[in-house]
Design a protein around this ligand. Structure first.
Ligand code: ASP
Length: 322
């Protein structure tokens, strides 16, 4: 039987002309998966994680650091006009502006982030510059945009004709637009020497309130990496992830002995116990630990993640809590 939420989202996606990830064939995850010792492991959210993982892997093969790799991976999604939830082609806010959020963490525990930035196609690379070139962790809005321009990032129109049409269609239907979607890319990677980094980038919920920022650029919410323990990333309804500091929680649970699957599941249990849920709410977590074990888990059926490990890059259907 088709689940109602999946059906509603599929219909919405079809009417908006954007792709949602759950039609792609995948295998069911049996639990936390392990990689051969000493080989790179890359895990990322949704089906657009497949090309992102590949780019991250190629970056490692050509001598890049794990930080270079995670950045290179998610830049693929940011530049893809067919992904309605990240970078170029992302659905706009209720006023028709595409605003982007991103963050990055390196193995030393350093972090950079940008939020509500406009007209810059690669917010992940701006987040990296914030980390490397400023004494700060996060820049937002106009300040982030000015910094990006100073660093040589071109200003570009990110609203594709398809995303504009989707927004106009929604506007014609209702005055107060409701936010939709949940396909952020979060990517966590480990190189062959065991160093871990992560990146997360999104256009946030489509048709969101102007000025709204979700979990994705918040260190500890959308992404967290601790090189002694592992890394985690989130996708879905950002407010739920922010209220429980989800990615940090997953990493802390792993620090205290949980495997990646148990940690993701427990972080979702925390949401279920602490945050009032409505039928539209979805959250998916991915996690990778220091031994190269990986897992994904979600609140409701429909979340898939991409895993590049032992030389194979494949999609896995995450188990769900509800
Ligand atoms: N987590 C993102 C946000 O709330 C949405 C998503 O995953 O697409 O902005």
């Amino acid at each position: 039987m088709i689940d109602r939420r999946k059906f509603l989202l599929s219909s919405l996606a079809a009417s908006l002309g954007v792709t949602l990830p759950y039609n792609v064939k995948s295998s069911v995850a049996p639990g936390s998966l392990s990689a051969a010792p000493g080989s790179p492991v890359i895990i990322s959210t949704w089906d657009h994680g497949i090309p992102a993982n590949e780019a991250a892997y190629q970056s490692l093969l050509s001598g890049g650091s794990i930080l270079d790799a995670v950045e290179a991976g998610v830049r693929i999604s940011e530049a893809d006009p067919d992904i309605g939830s990240v970078g170029y082609g992302g659905l706009p806010d209720a006023d028709g502006n595409v605003t982007l959020d991103a963050c990055i963490m390196d193995p030393s525990g350093d972090a950079g982030s940008v939020a509500c930035i406009k007209e810059i196609m690669h917010p992940i690379s701006v987040a990296r510059k914030v980390m490397e070139k400023t004494p700060h962790v996060m820049l937002v809005g106009e300040g982030a945009q000015k910094f990006a321009e100073k660093e040589g990032f071109p200003r570009e129109n990110l609203l594709t004709p398809r995303a504009k049409k989707a927004w106009e269609k929604e506007k014609a239907l209702k005055n107060n637009l409701s936010p939709v979607g949940h396909d952020t890319i979060g990517l966590v990677g480990m190189d062959k020497s065991g160093d871990i980094a992560g990146a997360c980038t999104t256009s946030g919920l489509g048709f969101k309130m102007p000025g709204r920022v979700g979990d994705s650029p918040i260190i500890g919410a959308g992404l967290y990496v601790d090189n002694e323990v592992g890394g985690a990333a989130a996708t879905g309804w950002g407010e739920l992830v922010m209220k429980t500091l989800g990615s940090f929680l997953v990493v802390e649970l792993m620090r205290n002995g949980a495997g990646p699957e148990e940690a993701c599941r427990e972080a979702l249990e925390r949401i279920r116990r602490k945050v009032p849920l409505d039928s539209e709410h979805q959250v998916g977590y991915i996690a990778l630990n220091k031994s190269g074990n990986t897992a994904g888990y979600c609140l409701r059926e429909g979340f898939e993640y991409a895993l590049h490990s032992n030389g194979k890059n494949h999609l896995i259907k995450a188990p769900s809590l509800l």
